[in-house]
Ligand binder design. Structure first.
Ligand code: SF4
Length: 210
């Protein structure tokens, strides 16, 4: 039993959040892995509670950790622009992350992103699955390898499996693509333009499945 804001949560196998608000409050009390210790807060998904499209990223970044909202930093800007180009309104999408707390290490005054361990992604999968059960999206798009692991429960070769609509036991379909931060890191302008085009095509493919 854990508590947050005066409320107690039994984070055992019997606990099933019945609303997104309840899930959010329970995430703030989660101790399933060590990542809660250095983060400001847990950052859950946001969007329509019955969205047909769910987009899953890796984990909150520095700005998301402070704001308490997913995809509000530079990668979120790339995602928003690509969604618009693909004909998708972000307001219609439930946007979340595979890992709910920001994993980072200090470097001077900055907090530098660190990739979550497989064990941490697996621990946090419980919350992602709870979000999927509540929202029941028809299509789930994963951004990067960590998101693919969180959604599929196995390691995936994103570049190889990209383009497939992977059927899920709940009837939804999963499409794998890259994380927007990958596009931001590409050093070459021509590669960035080409990869961004592929990213938009992946999002268009998701829209056609809705
Ligand atoms: S990252 Fe996920 S599993 Fe780990 S403490 Fe946060 S909510 Fe819990």
């Amino acid at each position: 039993m854990l508590s947050h804001a005066g409320q107690e949560y039994a984070l055992d196998e019997g606990f099933v959040p019945s609303t997104l608000g309840e899930l959010d409050r329970a995430v703030q009390a989660c101790r399933r892995c060590p990542l809660w210790r250095d983060a400001t807060r847990g950052v859950c998904g946001e969007g329509p509670k019955k969205a047909r499209l769910m987009i899953v990223g890796e984990q909150p970044g520095d700005q998301e950790d402070l704001a308490g909202r997913p995809f509000v930093g530079p990668a979120g800007g790339v995602l928003d622009a690509a969604l618009t180009e693909a004909g998708i309104d972000r307001d219609d999408v439930f946007v979340t992350n595979a890992v709910k707390h920001f994993k980072h290490e200090p470097r001077g005054k900055r907090r530098i992103h660190k990739t979550a361990l497989v064990s941490e992604v697996r621990a946090c999968r419980w919350w992602l699955n709870a979000e999927r059960r509540l929202v029941k999206p028809k299509v789930v798009v994963t951004l990067g390898a960590t998101a693919a692991l969180g959604v599929l429960g196995r390691k995936a070769a994103v570049m190889k499996e990209r383009g497939e609509a992977i059927a899920q036991p709940d009837g939804s379909r999963v499409l794998l693509t890259v994380h927007p931060s990958y596009l931001l890191r590409l050093p070459d302008e021509a590669a960035r333009v080409a990869e961004r085009g592929r990213f938009v095509e992946d999002l268009k493919r998701a829209r056609l499945l809705l």
